[in-house]
Ligand binder design. Structure first.
Ligand SMILES: Cc1ncc(COP(=O)(O)O)c(C=O)c1O
Length: 478
C-alpha cells in the first residue's frame, strides 16, 4: 500500500500501469514478458515501463510528467523543474548547455564533479578555476571564499558553477557567494548532487534555492531513496533563459526515459513534502547516536562534526571518518568492513565515508557500529596528520583550452616521460571524482607521483586511458 500515491502523479502512474491490463506493441522490447525467455532477464526488465506508453500515453496526452515536475518546482521554489533519468551527470549537462556560447567563460570550483567538466567540453565553455579554502588540520576543502569568487567575477564569466555540499560534507558561505554573483548579474548554478535532503529539517542547511541560487541539481539516488541515476534540476528564470534550459535538457537527455526513475523522483518529492522532517529527524538522531557510540571508544576525534567548521557549514547527515587520526587508512577500514558484508561509499588514505540515508534504520546503524568498533580498535596505531588529498590541493597549470585539448591529436607516453606534458585525459581519484588534472593541463611531477601513490594505496584512479598509470595519454607536441 503506497501512502504517497495520492500526492505523487508519476508514482501513481507507474503503479497503475502494472495494475492494468496491457498488451504493448511498442518499445521497450521486453514487453514485461522477458521472463518467458529467461527468468533472470525477466527479473531485471519486467518491472520496467517507460514514460512514453507506460506512465503516460505514447503522445504524452496525460501530462503526468509535467504535473509531477510542477509539484517539484513548487516544493523547491523554482520556476521550472525537470526530472532526469541520467543522474546529476545529465542535469549538470542540461543546465550548462543553457549558459552561454562556445568560448564563453564560467567560474567553476575545482572540486566540481567530472560531469561538470565534461559538460563544459560539450558546450564549449572554458573554466575560470576557483580553488577552495582548505582546513589544514583535516585537509578537508571548506568552500570557495568570496575573495576567490570576486577575482573570478572580474574575468566576466557567464555563470558561476558551485558544488555544494562538497563530497566531504562541507559548504561555502553560499548565501554570500550568490549575493556577490547577483551583484554582477551572474547566475549561480549549484551542483547539490549530495544534498537532496537539504532544506527539509531545521538542523540541516537550507537548500540552494532557499539561498537564492538560480539553479540546483541534485541526485535522488544519493541522499534520498530514489532509483539509480534519478536526478532533479530546479531553476529560476530571472538570470537563466527558460527556453534554453528546456533545449539544453532535451538535447542531452534520452528520448526513451525509463518510468521507474521518474516515478521515484516524484515519490521522493512527495516523501520530503509529507514526512521529510520526521524522517530526517530519525536519521539525524541515528547518526548522532552512532557517532557517539563509536567516538566513546577512542580518544582521537573519529568523525567530522558540524561544530568543527565555520558557521557549522557541514552536512550533519554525513559520516566522514578520519582514518589518519586513528593511525590507519580508510582503505584498510573499507577492506575490513567488506569482510562483514558492509560496503561503504568512499575510502582513501585518510578518510572513509559511509552514506546514511532515511532508508537506514537504527538496526543497520547498530550493525555497522558493532562491526566498526572492533575493526578500528584492531587497526588503531599512532595518529598521523592528514596528507591533504591530491584532489583537493592541486593548483592547475593550464597550457591549452579544455575543449582544444579534448579534441587534440594525442599520443601515449611512459609515466617517466609524462611530466611536463599536456594531459589529454581527465584523471580523478574516484570517488570523489574530482579532477586532479583536466585536458589541457600540465602533468606536474607532484600530480604524476601523487596519482601513483594514491593508486598504490588502493584508490581507484578513474577516467585515465591507462588506469594502471604506467602510461599517460598526452597532447601530441609539435
Ligand atoms: C558533486 C557531484 N555531482 C554530480 C555527480 C554525478 O551524479 P550522478 O551519479 O547522479 O550522475 C556526482 C557523483 O558522484 C557528484 O559527486
Amino acid at each position: 500500500m503506497s501512502q504517497l500515491r495520492d500526492s505523487a502523479p508519476l508514482l501513481d502512474a507507474y503503479l497503475s500501469y502494472f495494475e492494468s491490463k496491457h498488451t504493448p506493441f511498442t518499445i521497450p522490447g521486453h514487453k514485461q514478458q522477458a521472463a518467458r525467455l529467461d527468468q533472470g532477464l525477466g527479473q531485471v526488465v519486467d518491472v520496467d515501463t517507460p514514460l512514453y506508453g507506460g506512465l503516460d500515453e505514447v503522445k504524452l496526452t496525460g501530462r503526468v510528467l509535467q504535473q509531477a515536475e510542477a509539484l517539484a518546482a513548487r516544493l523547491w521554489g523554482g520556476d521550472i523543474a525537470r526530472f532526469s533519468t541520467g543522474g546529476s551527470t545529465h542535469a549538470n549537462q542540461a543546465v550548462i548547455f543553457a549558459l552561454g556560447k562556445p568560448g564563453d567563460k564560467v567560474a567553476v570550483t575545482r572540486t566540481a564533479h567530472r560531469s561538470v567538466l565534461s559538460a563544459m567540453v560539450l558546450a564549449g565553455l572554458e573554466p575560470i578555476w576557483m580553488s577552495p579554502d582548505t582546513d589544514h588540520s583535516s585537509g578537508v576543502p571548506t568552500g570557495i571564499s568570496t575573495a576567490t569568487l570576486q577575482a573570478a567575477l572580474a574575468q566576466r564569466p557567464v555563470a558561476v558553477l558551485l558544488t555544494e555540499p562538497g563530497y566531504l560534507g562541507t559548504m561555502s558561505d553560499l548565501a554570500a557567494l550568490i549575493e556577490l554573483a547577483h551583484r554582477h548579474q551572474t547566475p549561480v548554478i549549484v551542483d547539490a548532487a549530495w544534498g537532496a535532503h537539504f532544506g527539509f529539517h531545521p538542523m540541516l542547511p537550507p537548500h540552494a534555492m532557499q539561498l537564492g541560487a538560480d539553479a540546483l541539481v541534485t541526485s535522488m539516488h544519493k541522499a534520498m531513496p530514489g532509483y539509480s541515476a534519478s536526478a532533479l534540476l530546479v531553476a529560476r528564470t530571472a538570470y537563466l533563459d527558460a527556453d534554453r534550459l528546456e533545449h539544453g535538457f532535451e538535447t542531452t537527455h534520452t528520448t526513451s526515459p525509463a518510468g521507474a526513475p521518474l516515478a521515484s523522483i516524484d515519490g521522493c518529492r512527495a516523501l520530503l513534502e509529507t514526512r521529510g522532517e520526521e524522517l530526517l529527524d530519525a536519521l539525524l538522531v541515528n547518526i548522532a547516536r552512532f557517532k557517539a557510540q563509536v567516538q566513546a571508544e577512542f580518544a582521537a576525534q573519529v568523525f567530522s562534526n558540524a561544530r568543527d567548521f565555520a558557521d557549522r557549514r557541514f552536512d550533519p547527515a554525513k559520516l566522514v571518518l578520519h582514518a589518519n587520526a586513528l593511525g590507519t587508512t580508510g582503505i584498510a577500514i573499507e577492506q575490513a568492513l567488506l569482510e562483514h558484508g558492509i560496503r561503504i561509499e568512499m575510502a582513501d588514505q585518510d578518510t572513509a565515508i559511509l552514506l546514511a540515508t532515511i532508508a537506514d534504520s537504527a538496526v543497520e546503524f547498530d550493525m555497522v557500529a558493532a562491526a566498526l568498533i572492533p575493526i578500528l580498535k584492531q587497526l588503531q596505531a599512532e595518529s598521523r596528520p592528514s596528507a591533504t588529498a591530491l584532489s583537493w590541493s592541486v593548483v592547475p597549470e593550464i597550457a591549452l583550452s579544455l575543449r582544444d585539448a579534448y579534441f587534440a591529436e594525442t599520443t601515449t607516453v611512459d609515466r617517466a616521460q609524462a611530466v611536463g606534458r599536456i594531459s589529454a585525459d581527465l584523471i580523478a581519484p574516484y570517488p570523489p571524482g574530482v579532477a586532479v588534472v583536466a585536458p589541457g593541463e600540465i602533468l606536474t611531477q607532484r600530480i604524476v607521483d601523487g596519482l601513483s601513490e594514491s593508486r598504490a594505496a588502493g584508490v581507484r584512479i578513474a577516467y585515465a586511458t591507462d588506469p594502471s598509470l604506467a602510461t599517460y595519454r598526452v597532447v601530441k607536441s609539435g
